[in-house]
Design a binder for this molecule. Structure first.
Ligand code: TMP
Length: 200
């Protein structure tokens, strides 16, 4: 299975991805690779730092940088793992590019979709959207050093959140508002169990 986890910054993706990969490995009996974008491949750290540290690039340039990162990530990590029959859990993927570069930074959606489609990246089986109020998420991230997207603050988070909501029917949505980490995990695994059993 190829599962992506999406959401605004501060929605708890990393915490849930780690727990979920252990759970999925037990539940399916298959090795599960947990990875992330940008930069989740050998050598990807420097590209991640460049993308998240660079200022003044157009939304189109941002998209092209994220696609370059994804191209290496897909060919070096995701596809080999799927080909070996492993599960892959990936924090952020194509939907982050649409939500941030189009929803947030106003790159024309049809252009972003065409460029992403031209890359022929594998489609996830399930896309999880951790839904949380931008205000709550923002209060969680103010204690860490912000990357360039986080530094844009609440305004960007609201636009990105609105974009995910505009495509709500594409996701397995987990309403994380007023839930603690354990409750979010239980909400995800209950829905996934049903999904996986139905697909067998
Ligand atoms: P992360 O902190 O969740 O790893 O993501 C880094 C930032 O990069 C986050 O603010 C979202 C942003 N981003 C995009 O703008 N477009 C993309 O395609 C991806 C993968 C991330």
């Amino acid at each position: 299975m190829f599962i992506t986890i999406e959401g605004i910054d501060g929605s708890g993706k990393s915490t849930q991805a780690i727990r979920l990969s252990r759970w999925l490995e037990d539940f399916t009996g298959r090795r599960t690779i947990s990875t992330f974008e940008p930069g989740g491949w050998d050598g990807g750290k420097s590209l991640r730092e460049f993308i998240l540290g660079s200022k003044g690039y157009s939304a189109l340039s941002e998209l092209l940088l994220f696609l370059a990162d994804r191209s290496e990530h897909v060919s070096r990590v995701i596809l080999p793992a799927l080909t070996e029959g492993h599960n892959v859990i990936c924090e952020r993927y194509n939907d982050s590019t649409l939500a941030y570069q189009s929803g947030g930074h106003k790159l024309k959606i049809s252009d972003a979709e065409r460029l992403i489609a031209a890359c022929n990246f594998p489609e996830p089986d399930i896309k999880i959207f951790l839904d949380i109020d931008p205000e709550t998420a923002y209060s969680r991230i103010t204690s860490r050093t912000p990357d360039k997207f986080e530094a844009e603050g609440l305004l960007l988070m609201r636009k990105v959140s609105d974009f995910y909501h505009s495509r709500a029917d594409e996701y397995m949505i987990i309403d994380c508002n007023n839930l603690n980490e354990e409750e979010v995990f239980t909400a995800i695994t209950s829905k996934l169990e049903v999904c996986i059993c139905q697909s067998r």
